[in-house]
Design a protein around this ligand. Structure first.
Ligand code: NAD
Length: 255
């Protein structure tokens, strides 16, 4: 590996599964010390054990990113283990797919807490240390759903629209303190989240058949194809990229 993240300390929310796991593996292999913040029931402990056994530097902190106290403790634990966080990947997120008129206020609260409030909590906890360390890079996982409406996904699309703007507004406010903040915006990915989304939308009669996905984006995206985009944004290779919405969707939003 080229050690493109040598000397950096990364915190990846949702870093134990899906694209978050792919980013954990790639960032650690590229020389970063990585803090995984994921749910207690996730594979985080096993992932950290496996990567540390391979000579990499990874710590797992079980936490729910929508809970302010848990986030504060998690960030402090990563900082105590590795020093100030200089790369933050706000990746953890969940799906909500149902006919809008059947959605509930509880579901609205849940999806906004996990997909949006989490970014507010984690970024606010990480930024002071990142600024004091001289700067860093924040990557927020948005989606094509930030700009393309899908039937049955009003709540999810709304949460990703907020993510999209969160990444950009942070960039503008903190640029002159050495902070870059960008969003990566994937199309459909072959992860638990993506496969569940396809299955659920299909049940509601939305055309997400293999041929429909092929027409929109050629094929399903692989988790590693999001991790490499995140690596670019995390590394100094993207030193002049700030406030960007980087679509990794094989043309989905270009057609
Ligand atoms: P995934 O479901 O495979 O992984 C998500 C990870 O987040 C899991 O490890 C899970 O345990 C963790 N997580 C969930 N809720 C959490 C919480 N409250 N606190 C801490 N960790 C939590 O999914 P993935 O495909 O890697 O997707 C995750 C992100 O990617 C989400 O933000 C999602 O909106 C976005 N995204 C996914 C797709 C797709 O098709 N899969 C497309 C566009 C955007």
């Amino acid at each position: 590996m080229s050690q493109r993240l040598k000397g950096k300390v990364a915190l990846i929310t949702g870093g134990a599964g899906g694209c978050g796991l792919a980013a954990t593996e790639l960032f650690a292999a590229e020389g970063a010390r990585v803090g995984i913040v994921d749910l207690p029931r996730s594979e985080g402990a096993a992932v950290a054990k496996r990567l540390n056994a391979a000579g990499l530097h990874v710590v797992f902190i079980p936490a729910d990113v929508s809970d302010a106290n848990q986030v504060k403790e998690a960030v402090e634990t990563v900082e105590a283990a590795f020093g100030p966080i200089t790369v933050l990947m706000n990746h953890a997120g969940i799906l909500s797919a149902a006919p809008f008129l059947e959605t509930s206020e509880e579901e609205w609260e849940r999806i906004m807490a996990v997909n949006v409030k989490s970014m507010f909590l984690v970024t606010k906890a990480v930024l002071p240390g990142m600024i004091a360390a001289g700067g860093g890079s924040i990557i927020c996982t948005s989606s094509i759903s930030a700009v393309v409406g899908t039937p049955m996904e009003v709540l999810y699309c709304t949460s990703k629209g907020a993510t999209h703007m969160f990444a950009r507004a942070i960039a503008v406010e903190f640029r002159d303190r050495g902070i870059r903040s960008n969003a990566v915006c994937p199309g459909f990915i072959a992860t638990a989240h993506g496969l569940n989304e396809i299955e659920t939308l299909g049940r509601y009669g939305v055309d997400v058949t293999e041929s429909a996905i092929a027409a929109a984006q050629g094929r399903l995206c692989k988790p590693s194809e999001i991790a490499t985009v995140a690596l670019f944004l995390a590394s100094d290779d993207s030193s002049f990229v700030n406030g960007a919405h980087l679509f990794a969707d094989n043309g989905y939003t270009a057609i």
